[in-house]
Design a protein around this ligand. Structure first.
Ligand code: UT7
Length: 332
């Protein structure tokens, strides 16, 4: 029997209905559609406004959709990993809340925290359990309710982020399809440029931290941009080189959607056409762990068995990486 690889055998993604356009933001802060569009590529994003809604609700929508599409039953899920930067609470893991809400009674669950690279790190991790023969049905969720940590009045961050996510099913494959290679990097020195100042053990929540708005995303955009543009492009090029792939071999690039200019730089470094690059940042903004599954879901009907697909991501931490997979099924 051939080597066991972990193939994506189903994908579903979900974002809330509530659309917030650049023109909506113009009315409440000192910004404008032209600035946001030229600097980021974003035209609108989805913000979750239902009181009491949480990241686990995005995960539940995603996994329920995935189960409906694939016929997967909740009790068949052996492992559910939730990749998120906005967990429902510090503990327990959002994965545990999702498994409870969907009735996945036999699943082990835990979260992965790697900011915008989380979904790539999570699929890499889930694939290892399959390759090792420990599990046969692994669900990886990438979901974020970014508005839960956004200062809506801060034009430097609020224009960028949106809410949403998705889920994939990983199963064993013996035909050489699925996750072939992945590269993960981190550099903790980057934490100073993108983080949440308070609410963790280093600075627990207090009246002072709330008053100072320290529970919101803090980002030094220009510095993060510099690191993102270099590292995302370098890692995508590295995974091509070490797998002896040239641009013509690649069917699709699935880049984390943080900024259209970062996506373009990565694509150009790889020598790819725009037509081979999944871009939906204009409609969703940066949904952190949600960007890659939202793209895969949207393009699923165009993906063919055997397609070489490269993912590339960069996020807070800093964390970054690339993943090479061979798509495992034709459009259904
Ligand atoms: O996904 C996780 C990783 N995150 C990223 O990859 C994000 C990387 N960074 C970026 O995408 C960009 O740095 C941003 C989109 C966040 C900002 O774009 P920028 O081109 O780096 O702009 P900037 O922060 O240097 O600001 C340029 C100017 C400033 O005015 P002055 O000082 O030149 O007068 C800002 O005050 O634009 C001003 N500005 C705005 N103007 C209108 C900043 N935000 C806004 C805004 N609307 N929303």
């Amino acid at each position: 029997m051939n080597k066991t690889t972990a193939a994506i055998t189903g994908i579903f993604a979900w974002a809330p209905d509530n659309v917030v356009t650049n023109f909506d933001l113009e009315k409440v802060m000192d910004t404008n559609d032209e600035w946001i569009t030229t600097r980021t590529g974003i035209k609108e994003r989805r913000w979750m406004v239902e009181p009491g809604s949480a990241t686990s609700d995005i995960g539940v929508e995603a996994v329920n959709g995935l189960m409906k599409k694939t016929g997967l039953k909740p009790e068949e899920i052996e492992l559910l990993i939730c990749c998120t930067a906005t967990p429902d609470m510090a503990f327990p893991a959002t994965a545990n809340i999702i498994t409870d809400k969907i009735g996945a009674k036999n699943a082990a669950g835990y979260d992965i925290s790697a900011a915008c690279s989380g979904f790539l790190f999570g699929v890499t991790t889930g694939a290892k359990f399959i390759e090792a023969g420990m599990y046969k049905k692994v669900v990886i969720v990438g979901a974020d309710k970014m508005t839960s940590i956004l200062d809506i009045e801060d034009r430097a961050t609020s224009i960028i982020f949106g809410d949403g996510g998705g889920a994939v099913l990983l199963e064993p494959n013996h035909d050489g399809l699925g996750v072939i290679d992945s590269i993960m990097h981190s550099d903790g020195a980057g934490r100073h440029f993108l983080h949440q100042k308070a609410g963790g053990s280093a600075k627990p929540a207090s009246i002072e931290t709330v008053t100072n708005k320290e529970h919101y995303v803090y980002q030094e955009g220009k510095t993060v941009f510099k690191f993102a543009v270099t590292n995302m492009a370098n890692t995508a090029a590295e995974i091509m080189e070490r797998n002896h792939l040239v641009a013509d071999d690649i069917a699709w690039l699935v880049p984390h959607q943080a900024n259209k200019r970062i996506i373009d730089a990565t694509r150009e470094r790889m020598g790819l056409d725009e037509a081979k690059t999944m871009v939906n940042i204009q409609r969703y903004g940066n949904t952190t762990n949600g960007t890659i599954p939202l793209c895969l879901h949207e393009w699923e009907s165009q993906l063919k068995k055997g397609d070489n697909i490269i993912w590339a991501a960069f996020g807070g931490g800093f964390t970054w990486g690339a993943l090479y997979l061979k798509w495992a099924y034709d459009p259904k």
